[in-house]
Design a protein around this ligand. Structure first.
Ligand code: ATP
Ligand code: MG
Length: 558
């Protein structure tokens, strides 16, 4: 069940379980008290909010303990990895504020060392070349409940293994025909210890090593050793690697190298989204979204373009904490984090998303009144700006109701409402076309706003308004768990058909014509908006709604 952000938050325990482990290690002077963490992305996709959690955690711990933080690309799978992903990951990490100083590494830089270590294990009788094919491998591996069987090639001599492994490397054998395996225990209850793969034959161009290699190390034979080479002390990963830890430990011990401590935590899951890179890629390649930076995507690219700040993402990661138990966090937590941040930093503006014309019949044509509006109601130091008011203005269509219920405190026939930063208007007449559609309202303007009037609405002068494109977003999926589908369905069946609404005729106060791409505003009463850095043109900004002012979803569910 998602947690409820409205529920009173329990005070987080002062030290989470990872900090407790590190505290104990330091007290015992393990690793001479050093703390050295890393973030190890595989460059096969763009970073998402789950990765942000891992980055904030690893980088945050290094900072907290005055330690070091490395960035290492885990690039052992040449088939799916690309420079484009490396570049985007570097850029997103910089944006998030993580600093690896001069410690940017690639696991592929260690291929020679890993090869040498493989030879060392062969010589020690701890690794062998196996000729079973993929089907046989599966059959010999056994199951969770049945032990595996030993490979008929398990007892090859050291010399034969050395010879075969050398010939694997020089390209004598076809792809997949032989593998190098660790000789551990085919009867182990942990399948990862049943003689796991160390090197496989694969002719593929690698984004960094080119065609130098036709054998590639497995993830398990790479990850721990890479940590070790870099002097990592605490290798923090997600829970699905818990079963790999005995293997991580086995390789470090068999090779007699520095032995980092692997620690697992629960990965971040969020409602209304998918987090697997494969699924995110599918959304992009099948054009369910406009790209990796589609503002509805929970990629860092998407969040950035939506208007999320790095500070809000780090605050969110901090607030949800770390745990050993998998759970799903309500998306509302993330939205609350950006609201909190933007409430502080976003200047206010007036913008009407779905305009309805109002004629203020007592203001002469051609006359412009200058109203003064605060840029931030809680921060007088941010000053005021002038907003023009004239005979014709726009208000929001749903701020007027002809047959209004009693509790409707906005505009209704013969009713009064306050215009933000201006005066009070009274609705005298509703003008309709032949079909009965409301075309405009005739109102009287009273500049004296000292009277008590319940509602306040936003508005924009028609003669001065900037017409702009405004994009509103909803969750990309229409249910909390998009993977929850009946037999035969896929997560794509849960895509929300109404997740993007483009308003091409929003009316905004004229000062916004010069809004800088990448800047934030609060349109009073409508939400936080971000000037789209890609599609905005000088004088023609395009606005993305980052978040509504309140959690409209929680309201609707009630
Ligand atoms: P996928 O499982 O979708 O293929 P991945 O999560 O394994 O991708 P990596 O590039 O290997 O992607 O991840 C880099 C680091 O980010 C890993 O240490 C991983 O544990 C961590 N990470 C990935 N997803 C999450 C998540 N949802 N929450 C927390 N950490 C995550
Ligand atoms: Mg991974």
């Amino acid at each position: 069940m998602p947690t409820d952000p409205a529920a009173p938050q329990e005070k987080a325990p002062s030290r989470n379980f990872i900090q407790q482990i590190i505290d104990a290690d330091r007290a015992a002077e393990k690793n001479e008290g050093r703390v050295h963490t890393r973030f190890p992305p595989e460059p096969n996709g763009y970073l998402h909010i789950g990765h942000a959690k891992s980055i904030c955690l690893n980088y945050g711990l290094a900072r907290e303990y005055g330690g070091k933080f490395n960035l290492r690309f885990d690039d052992t799978n040449p088939a799916k990895e690309e420079q484009e992903y490396v570049d985007s990951i570097l850029d997103d990490l910089h944006w998030l504020g993580a600093d690896w100083e001069d410690r940017l590494f690639f696991a592929s830089d260690y291929f020679d060392q890993l090869h040498q270590w493989a030879v060392q294990l062969i010589k020690a009788g701890k690794a062998y070349v196996c000729d079973l094919d993929a089907d046989q491998m599966r059959e010999y591996r056994g199951t969770l409940t049945a032990p595996g069987k030993e490979s008929p090639f398990r007892d090859r001599s050291v010399d034969e293994n050395l010879d075969l492994f050398a010939r694997m490397k020089t390209g004598e054998f076809p792809d997949g025909s032989r593998i190098l395996r660790a000789k551990i225990d085919m009867a182990s209850p942990n399948i990862n210890l049943r003689d796991p793969v160390m090197f496989r034959i694969k002719r593929a161009h690698h984004h960094r090593t080119g065609d130098k290699w036709c054998i590639y190390p497995s993830y398990d034979f790479t990850h721990g050793q890479s940590d070790s080479l870099e002097g990592i002390t605490h290798s923090i990963c997600t829970l699905e690697f818990e079963n790999h830890r005995p293997l991580y430990d086995w390789f470090c011990e068999a090779l007699e190298i520095h032995h980092p401590q692997q620690i697992e935590f629960a990965r971040l899951n969020l409602t209304y989204t998918v987090m697997s890179k494969r699924k995110l890629l599918q959304l992009v390649t099948e054009k369910h979204v406009a790209g990796w930076d589609d503002p509805r995507m929970l990629t860092l690219r998407g969040l950035r373009r939506r208007g999320y700040t790095s500070e809000s993402i780090c605050a969110f990661c901090e607030r949800i904490g770390v745990s050993k138990v998998n759970s799903t966090i309500d998306m509302a937590w993330l939205e609350d984090a950006i609201r909190e941040d933007l409430n502080e930093r976003a200047p206010r503006a007036l913008g009407v998303l779905r305009p309805l014309k109002v004629v203020l019949t007592n203001i002469p044509e051609g006359e412009t009144l200058e109203m003064s509006a605060p840029n931030h109601p809680q921060k007088p130091e941010l000053g005021t700006r002038t907003v023009p008011l004239s005979r014709e203005i726009f208000i929001e269509q749903d701020d007027f109701m002809e047959q209004a219920p009693k509790k409707f405190f906005r505009l209704k026939p013969s009713g009064e409402v306050r215009l933000r930063a201006a005066g009070i208007i009274r609705c005298d007449e509703v003008v309709k076309d032949a079909s009965g559609q409301i075309v405009k309202l005739h109102c009287t303007f009273d500049p004296d706003s000292s009277r008590k009037v319940k509602g306040t609405i936003h508005w924009v002068s028609a003669a001065h308004a900037l017409s702009a494109e405004v994009r509103l977003f909803d969750h990309l999926f229409s249910c909390e768990n998009p993977d929850d589908v009946p037999e035969g369905g896929t997560f794509l069946d849960n895509i929300n058909p109404n997740s993007l609404e483009i308003l091409t005729n929003a009316k905004l106060e004229p000062s916004l014509a010069n809004a800088e791409p990448g800047s934030h505003f609060q349109f009073e009463r409508s939400g936080y908006f971000f000037v789209d850095p890609t599609d905005s043109k000088p004088g023609r900004p395009v606005f993305n709604r980052t978040a509504t002012l309140r959690d409209t979803w929680a309201k609707m569910k009630k």
